[in-house]
Design a protein around this ligand. Structure first.
Ligand SMILES: C[S@@+](CC[C@H](N)C(=O)[O-])C[C@H]1O[C@@H](n2cnc3c(N)ncnc32)[C@H](O)[C@@H]1O
Length: 428
């Protein structure tokens, strides 16, 4: 298949109806397209996922009955068509004609009349349809209602800001490899290469690009001069503060962004552990590009008896599995794949991982707990409960927002992704 709209419709069907993740489906579809069309595919898939409830609302109004069963993929084709008309700079006549043409490749030429009529009706009724969608909170914010409620409960004054940030395109941050260049040196290389960027206080290894670009354009990327990593994610290693000679566990390490950063900062020994063997291969690839070494092992963080050699760690980074609600703008499928019940299940797993990993830390050692979630249940509430149950754990505030009532530092999506950190040490 080579029609970008047909591929977008099929990808969206796999994600929304079949529960597949966008990060596995999109590359499979992109492979079938010439390189020049891949950005368009991505833009359509991300866009439809960002505005899914609104697009559903429009189609509910425009279609006499929804397309069901084996015709579901055509419902997604309609979303792709309407998304282009509403949000993209494709000339409207081309958006309609190309969407209708996709039916040829989807082997449903008989639906051309229907798709053409719905898209034309959308154009005619656009203003009225938009007004009716605005009256519905799920369409207004384009997030599931359970998530809107959870944010309202956790962020009385900021919940709308978070929802708005989740609808934006994520920025591209680089982490400069301090073994090769200082940030100032690498910034000069970027300037020489004509890549506009900026540096920001509080993110000491980071450079923010004005526009995302292909890594092949970045100076010395292949030889490890920099990595692509969000600014808040770059703080994990800085908070852990590795020193030469430290024996460190990076539990839940794949794909290894933080493992590599730790090793860039100090000559320490790192065990990079993850439950997923496939994802562990990506840790090895990243280590190889950056010419770093770690001991990579597959294991379950909740069952250290299966893999731990009995030697206590000076420092542990626990970047636990989480809802990823802090990175929705990078993975808009999260909004539709996660359920409210997942949060309680994840919080139970995180508590168990913390409880099982804590005994592996030396007396006097440091543990950094991290998530890319914005939900208090996975963050402050998790750490409060842990501190209440572990009298040998000492909490270290990371700044003035990190208080005993609400321990940990919460980053919200904006300049960086949404992230959470808490720093604990074990009584000596
Ligand atoms: C947030 S990601 C880690 C990102 C990574 N620290 C980085 O910076 O590149 C969470 C990881 O936890 C792993 N994971 C999930 N459950 C696990 C478990 N029970 N034990 C160990 N790893 C687990 C997943 O495979 C996933 O790679």
């Amino acid at each position: 298949m080579t029609n970008v709209r047909a591929l977008a419709a099929q990808t969206l069907f796999q994600v929304v109806d079949k529960g597949q993740s966008l990060s596995t489906q999109l590359p499979l579809a992109a492979k079938q397209l010439p390189v020049k069309d891949r950005a368009l595919l991505q833009q359509m898939c991300y866009g439809v996922l960002r505005y899914l409830p609104t697009l559903e609302h429009y189609c509910q109004t425009l279609l006499e009955q929804p397309l069901k069963g084996k015709n579901r993929v055509f419902q997604f084709l309609l979303y792709v068509g309407i998304y282009q008309l509403q949000h993209m700079r494709v000339p409207p006549h081309a958006a309609v004609a190309e969407t209708v043409n996709a039916l040829q490749e989807l082997k449903a030429p008989g639906l051309k009349g229907l798709v053409n009529a719905i898209l034309r009706n959308f154009q005619r009724q656009q203003a009225a349809l938009e007004a009716s969608a605005n009256g519905n909170p799920v369409c207004q914010y384009n997030h599931p209602s359970w998530f809107i409620k959870a944010l309202q409960a956790g962020y009385e004054t900021q919940w709308q800001e978070i929802l708005h940030a989740n609808q934006q395109q994520a920025p591209m941050w680089l982490r400069v490899n301090s073994r090769i260049n200082s940030v100032a040196e690498y910034s000069a290389k970027l300037t020489a290469a004509g890549i506009a960027h900026s540096v920001h206080d509080g993110f000491s290894d980071g450079i923010l690009l004005n526009q995302p670009c292909d890594v092949a354009q970045l100076p010395d990327f292949a030889s490890g001069a920099c990595s692509v990593q969000d600014a808040a994610a770059q703080l994990a290693a800085r908070i852990l503060a590795p020193q030469a000679g430290d024996h460190i566990l990076d539990a839940c390490a794949a794909p290894g962004g933080k493992t590599c950063h730790i090793l860039e900062l100090a000559d320490c020994s790192v065990t990079a552990m993850d439950a997923d063997a496939e994802r562990l291969k990506r840790v090895e690839d990243n280590l190889a590009r950056l010419q770093l070494n770690a001991h990579c092992i597959q294991g379950d963080a909740a069952q250290p008896q299966q893999w731990w050699d009995g030697r206590h760690y000076d420092k542990i980074l626990l970047d636990v599995p989480c809802s990823a609600t802090g990175v929705i703008r990078r993975h808009p499928d999260i909004k539709w794949l996660r359920r409210a019940s997942d949060i309680t299940e994840l919080a139970t797993l995180q508590a168990e991982i913390l409880r099982q990993i804590w005994p592996l830390l030396k007396s006097g050692g440091t543990l950094v707990y991290a998530t890319c979630s914005v939900l208090p249940q996975e963050n402050q509430q998790q750490i409060s409960a842990f501190l209440a149950a572990h009298t040998d754990a000492i909490w270290h505030p990371l700044d003035e927002t990190d208080t005993r009532d609400k321990p940990g530092k919460q980053f919200l999506p904006g300049l960086s992704d949404g992230f959470y950190y808490a720093k604990l040490t074990k009584k000596a």
